[in-house]
Design a protein around this ligand. Sequence first.
Ligand code: TRP
Ligand code: ZN
Length: 885
Amino acid sequence: MDTAKDKLDTAPRAILLKNYTAPAYFIDSVDLHFELDPENTRVSNRMHVTRNASIENTSSELELDGCELELVSIHLNGKQLNDKQYRLSDDNKLLILQAPDEFELTIETLIHPASNTALEGLYVSSGMFCTQCEAEGFRRITYFQDRPDVMARYTTTLVADKTTYPILLSNGNLIEQGVFDDGRHWAKWQDPFPKPSYLFALVAGNLICKQDNFTTASGRSVDLHLYVEPVNQDKCDHALASLKQAMHWDEVTYGREYDLDIFMIVAVNDFNMGAMENKGLNIFNSACVLASPETATDADFYTIQSIIGHEYFHNWSGNRVTCRDWFQLSLKEGFTVFRDQEFSADLNSRPVKRIADVNVLRTHQFAQDAGPMAHPVRPESYIEISNFYTVTIYNKGAEVVRMLHTLLGKEGFRKGTDLYFQRHDGQAVTTDDFVSAMETANEIDFSQFKRWYSQAGTPVIDVTEQYDDQKNIYTLTLQQHCPATSGQAEKQAFHIPLSIALLDNKGNPNPLQLDNETSPTDTQRVIELKNENQEFIFTNINQQPVLSINRSFSAPVKVKQARTHETLAFLLARDTNAFNRWDAGQELCIAVLLELIVATQQGKSLALTETVSNAFASLLEDNKLDPALLVQMLTLPSESYLADQCEIVDIDAIHTAREFMRKTLATQLKDQLLAHYHRCCNTDDYHFDADSMANRSLKNLCLAYLMETGDTFAQKLCLDQLHQANNMTDSLTALSTLAQHDIPERNVELEKFYTHWQQDPLVVDKWFSIQASSRLPKTLKHVKSLLIHPAFAMTNPNNVRAVIGRFCHGNSVRFHASDGSGYRFLADQVIALDSLNPQISARLVSAMSRWRRFDEKRQTLMQSELERILKTETLSKDVYEIVSK
Ligand code: TRP
Ligand code: ZN
């Protein structure tokens, strides 16, 4: 039996930032040779190694990482090493003993791509070879110093059967190719830019290539190649168009040009995340690159544009300048997310993009900050780095960069990034280096600001207002504090930029003049909160103003302010900042919903206050309002966000209250919703542009509301739309709305949809998700049957996310069923998946990470499932790290 001590000894060890040391040796060139075979691939790796002269370095051991490799041979300067000259350690390290100061090292290994279901390193997906090396996958290909501060120039030769794998790709430029007379062919690629091993990639398969071309600002011509399976050749246009938009945007916005003569993207069906920025050879989850109007929704088109941008932007923020170690992950991810957010905002509606991003941050990142997985943007320790590709690193990291942008202004920020790229091109650096470039370029001190990188948790700001109608002085008092997070009990004050305006009773913003200034500057300005407690005094304010604060969400904080429903309704109607209008509306809805939740718990009959119905009615009447914004304003806060607003989460009361509010609004506003629905209907061909997208989303929002009335006319509308739609956005919303209602047509239409689309795995995933998201009571039973559906494979992460992920992360009311059936289901799947794909398994299990927030009964149920998982033999580091927290 396991004793507590055994558990401690075998528990995986944490890696600490404070233990960072520079590598003892550098590897400056790598010459790789692959003989590709699904069962046994032979890898020969010739490295040029030199001792790191810049550190005091007494050791003469070269330590290389490896994982699940079969070692064939090692040669040092051409001589084979015997087993006294190297050592294989228990933790998978290969030690070259008594290594000289400079030498050639050649290592041959065997690997087994076809049985690699973890999808890290070299694996096979739908018959093609592909790689995923971030963060630590390269060590599954060959022995190497698999850490980002070791940067090398790579030459890669691929040998494979010519008929099965006609396309052979790797990073950089194709420099030579040829055929053997045994039916195999080969290609040699060379990447002139030094890079860390996590950016290495290769692809081999039977793919077709969609080509395009881009001419850079300086007049260089770049070939753009998109490689897909032949069945997907009609789904490439949008990705290629997005890529050209991204290339142009980075030139205009950051002055950054692409640096190779060819840029390649490959679409792969089995992929752990969205996409990967390998140098010159991006690899994408096919769901994040393939689109046609018939098979992809507006949301898909939008996401594809932004992910294409994200991976492309990494070429500078991540590849040319990379991370010193994985604690610096946000250096590339936070900055690159900020870049892709701005790219999308510039190309589409800026306020709608901001709302979407803030929703993600508030629902997922704030929740992470408040739970056991809370960590700073620059973490101090990790067990498994794959678990740190989090909303904190990515999305909060982007908010931190955004605050720098807000504080420095557009020009100041650009000066900072110019200096950053100039100083660190070709280097592996830290978040401190990034901030330091901003400081130097702008002659500013950001020492206090840097706490955003080191302190976890979401700061809370309490607002007090005072107005002196004799002196016309308005005093704003702000007080900040940040709740304790694990390992960080006390926090120091943050440097917080807050964009504010003071509105008069018509909604017009006052000119803002602080008491030490001689004239007003602007009607909106950024005040900087640096102390725990700080007063801002504004003069010449002629009537009691209404405060509009944290405009456009200038800081990732929670603002606490006592406001009446009327004030919120006023801001929803009148604020001149679109984001804050929406935000006031959300706060109003939350206030009303919290009252409804209490009423539900007390068994009282529910009633919706007129303030909300009237506010929503006026929004529907406002024909100057951008329909895309209107949709955001009419969308109620999600059940999981509401759960975060409650002391103790009462899943059922939250669900009942929110459903009641939707149904009541639908009934009261039926005529207006219907009028909008008809106005937005048109039979034009599908176009991906802001106006048509906004129209479709308003139409579909109206449809979903109207269905809540339960009227048969709405059901007819829904079925007609499903049958007549000429694009996936319209048919999918109709189907997913239908799937929420227990009516006879539901199952018939679901079956028809499957029969029609069964050949298209991406559409089948949507079909899976719709069913897993259904609020109907039989959903879990149904989800279990989907797991044995012929189209479902546990080895395909998109399938797992669509069925299990959707149910556990996106269907609170069914997942948290009071009998614990949802938790038992999740634990079973986590255990089954752990040996196949630990990364995906760990992502799933985090659905239970906030167990402490639930009632006692659910806490006990979740806890016992978590313990059951912990007892699994040979549990992965990935799942262990999450469950043990
Ligand atoms: N660097 C990638 C991005 O931000 C994400 C990534 C990290 C990834 N690890 C991965 C993607 C593993 C796929 C698999 O876009
Ligand atoms: Zn990224």
